[in-house]
Design a protein around this ligand. Structure first.
Ligand SMILES: Cc1cc2nc3c(=O)[nH]c(=O)nc-3n(C[C@H](O)[C@H](O)[C@H](O)COP(=O)(O)OP(=O)(O)OC[C@H]3O[C@@H](n4cnc5c(N)ncnc54)[C@H](O)[C@@H]3O)c2cc1C
Length: 392
């Protein structure tokens, strides 16, 4: 097979995880090729909630001006608080505290958000290629690049390290992790997302609805602008399979609840309705480092098992991958041994929160009465609320 080009690093997937990795590596002076099957802007099924932690990392990558301009264009919609509605209808209301330097949280449709980081990667010096990656290029048991189709032809692209940042259906992950070492249904979720216009919304507050049928999981209404909301629901895959229900029907049932129905305009249409999967970071003993390759973001499976939030962890893992690869390239050791510290760094940065969130998810969200008790009596000091706040 013909080799088209050679690079220090090839990053597969230009979503938040891959684009962050590519930006951080290009800013350190490495030759990076960022590959995605789509050109940008493009949509990604998501609740679009962007936590303060994401904005902090974007600022660190030199994106403060881009974020400010996106806010001014209305592509980032500011959040001031959240409402958590329990199974009996009790509401826990919390206001967000701004982060250091006035950093805020937002709802930003991924069509805008992802394009911003992808653009930052390119401006930082990463090359961008629109191509479908079929598989990692394996030589003597190590990853030596990727096989990708650009302009209708399958060709080899070589690199010293490949980063699999190609999302939950990652082809890089599926080729490197043996099937028995992948996520089980208990650590996965399925969710539906849509946009709705004209519904009565709390203009700057995200709403989470926890009710009997949806647990462990939730429905959400996130304001994406003055008159538009991102709306959806998701639940743990093993429980969802047991229910034998259809997510679209479940969303219609949610909107038919009396409190929700009263907020809908006379005629309403949902747009961009789509279903996607989530892999939680709560599954133990998953490998993220291989000879010549690392997995980042959803490809590694780093979504918070309580909130379903994964963008912040995609950005964190992207930064940690870049740091690790930079060191490995300098000492010319891109074997698993040279890259394995990445797993330790990920565990230190995200492991404790992941374990705590999984415990909350299992113990609390399985028992609607406990959720009610917490919402009614523990108020804003409840651990569930704090976890939702910090790990949106
Ligand atoms: C319904 C739903 C709601 C969610 N809500 C939130 C939320 O509100 N807040 C939050 O923080 N997280 C949320 N998440 C999780 C969040 O969407 C993910 O964690 C996040 O997108 C992970 O980013 P990533 O860069 O790892 O992967 P992705 O964003 O999935 O990006 C992967 C990229 O790889 C590309 N790609 C895939 N395969 C190939 C291939 N073979 N060749 C070339 N390119 C390829 C894709 O085109 C894509 O651009 C939600 C998820 C779902 C499903």
């Amino acid at each position: 097979m013909q080799t088209v080009s050679e690079h220090d690093v090839i990053v597969v997937g230009a979503g938040p995880g891959g684009a962050t990795t590519a930006t951080a590596l290009a800013q350190r002076g490495h030759d990076v090729l960022l590959i995605d099957r789509h050109t940008f802007p493009r949509d990604k099924v998501c609740g679009d909630a962007i936590s303060q932690g994401c904005i902090q990392i974007m600022n660190d990558l030199g994106m403060a001006g881009k974020v400010k301009a996106a806010v001014a264009r209305g592509e980032f919609h500011r959040l001031d608080g959240m409402r958590l509605v329990g199974p009996s209808g009790h509401v826990l209301h919390s206001e967000f505290q701004h982060g250091a330097g006035g950093v805020e949280s937002y709802v930003s449709p991924r069509v805008y958000f992802d394009a911003l980081i992808q653009q930052q990667a390119v401006e930082s010096g990463a090359g961008f290629l629109q191509a479908e990656v079929k598989e990692p290029l394996l030589e003597d048991g190590r990853v030596a690049g990727v096989v990708a189709r650009a302009n209708g032809e399958w060709q080899a692209y070589r690199s010293r390290v490949v980063v699999g940042a190609d999302g939950v259906t990652s082809t890089i992950m599926r080729h490197l992790r043996p099937e028995g070492g992948q996520h089980s249904d208990k650590h996965r979720a399925v969710a539906l997302r849509a946009y709705i216009e004209g519904m009565e919304i709390y203009p700057h507050e995200v709403e989470f609805f926890l009710y009997d049928e949806i647990l462990p999981g939730y429905a959400w209404i996130f304001p994406a602008g003055d008159h538009v909301a991102n709306i959806g629901l998701g639940m743990r895959l093993d429980k969802f399979r047991g229910l034998k229900r259809n997510l679209k029907k479940m969303l219609q049932d949610f909107l038919a609840m009396p409190d929700l129905r009263a907020r809908l305009p006379n005629s309403h249409a949902l747009r961009d309705v789509a279903v996607w999967q989530l892999n939680f970071g709560s599954q133990k003993h998953l490998r993220h480092a291989y000879d010549g390759a690392l997995l980042v973001g959803d490809a590694a499976g780093l979504i918070n098992p309580l909130t379903g939030g994964g963008i912040h962890n995609a950005l964190i893992s992207g930064c940690l991958a870049a740091e690790t690869i930079d060191e490995a390239l300098r000492v010319n050791n891109t074997t698993r041994e040279g890259l394995a510290i990445y797993e330790q760094r990920c565990d230190e940065a995200m492991g404790p929160e992941m374990r705590k969130s999984f415990l909350y998810q299992r113990v609390l969200l399985n028992y609607p009465r406990v959720v009610d008790f917490l919402i009614r009596y523990m108020g804003r000091h409840g651990g569930v609320a704090q976890s939702f706040l910090s790990k949106l």
